[in-house]
Ligand binder design. Sequence first.
Ligand SMILES: NC(=O)c1ccc[n+]([C@@H]2O[C@H](COP(=O)([O-])OP(=O)(O)OC[C@H]3O[C@@H](n4cnc5c(N)ncnc54)[C@H](OP(=O)(O)O)[C@@H]3O)[C@@H](O)[C@H]2O)c1
Length: 210
Amino acid sequence: MRVLIIGASKGIGLETTRQALDAGHDVRALARSATAIAVSNPSLEKMRGDALKSENVEAALVGVDVVIQTLGVGLGDLFQPVHLFSDATRVLIVAMRRQGVKRLICVTGFGAGDSRASISCLQRLPFQIVFGRAYDDKSLQEQLIKESELDWTIARPGVLTSGPRTGHYRILSEASQWRNGIISRADVAEFLVRQIGDQTYIRKTPVLIN
Ligand SMILES: NC(=O)c1ccc[n+]([C@@H]2O[C@H](COP(=O)([O-])OP(=O)(O)OC[C@H]3O[C@@H](n4cnc5c(N)ncnc54)[C@H](OP(=O)(O)O)[C@@H]3O)[C@@H](O)[C@H]2O)c1
């Protein structure tokens, strides 16, 4: 498959880039610092661009079968209003429609959308203080995706670690199962890459934890 990864230069996106290449996919890696990605592979195309600029996103979508969106904001940005997730997703949905690309796999997080109700009483206040602005915007991002005509999957990892890929993590699809936990970025990437050719979680919002 030809896969576009938006937010591919760091974290989950970089790990997803590596694992998608290992799985035999052609990867176009989009980020503002994409040219600095320290991976070289004939199946990897590094594309410097801004997820907020429709001309960059449209160009990145040409010839693509599947989009994986793994955008993130820095810690310092958490204490200001956050619009990146919803703004970039608005741009992406329009561009995917124009380019005729249907499959979107997106990372938000446990606490976004209807999973917010599953945050424990003890965690609710600190979560709101630190992550509230970002997760309000992730909730809007999820709403935009759910209202689109795309074949979407929204992955909601718990607290991220930089640990290794283990393949041992839980995929909690039902709201009654949702709870917080930890998971490595590498295991989240494994889940994302598995979705590339798999329909199991289309129109689902699984929480991912160890
Ligand atoms: N930390 C946690 O415990 C936790 C828990 C659950 C969910 N999450 C979520 O998981 C996601 C991934 O987190 P992470 O820590 O792996 O990611 P990260 O290290 O923050 O990486 C974010 C990526 O987004 C790209 N990016 C940001 N703005 C961009 C723009 N305007 N245009 C293009 N690319 C842009 C960055 O590349 P450039 O800067 O090069 O553009 C980078 O590649 C985030 O949404 C995060 O909120 C985090």
